[in-house]
Design a protein around this ligand. Sequence first.
Ligand SMILES: [Zn+2]
Length: 146
Amino acid sequence: MSSFAPHFTAGAIVGAVGAGVSLGMVNDSNALTVSLPLICGVMGALTPDMDIKSKSSMIMYLIFLSISCYFFFTERVDLAFLTLVYSILPQFFGHRGFIHSFVFGVISAIGLYFALTVLLNVIALPAMIASITYFVGFLSHKALDV
Ligand SMILES: [Zn+2]
């Protein structure tokens, strides 16, 4: 069982690598294409522990609440609602159950790619890099939990 700091550190390292990959692969890199993998790496590493009351879950809820408020105040109420529903989902599962599973990691990475490209109009390549970075961050959580 690992605590917050190792999960956060692993996610930040994965995110930094993803940001580097994005810098190298994306033409016309900008702050979004570089910061997105960094944030997604950390989110992937912290998401599994949203199924318990922890420092990781508090940070993730603050991130999701911030995203939801952003959507609400930019008149995307549908996305604000979707973000809140997604953030509540882990509370319906036991610790280290479905939310810690490989299947959930794949589903949430695909959902992230869909949200970035279809709902937020992010270009496909940076969205793909961010989604893969999220998934690798998620796997780092599973590796540290062993
Ligand atoms: Zn965990």
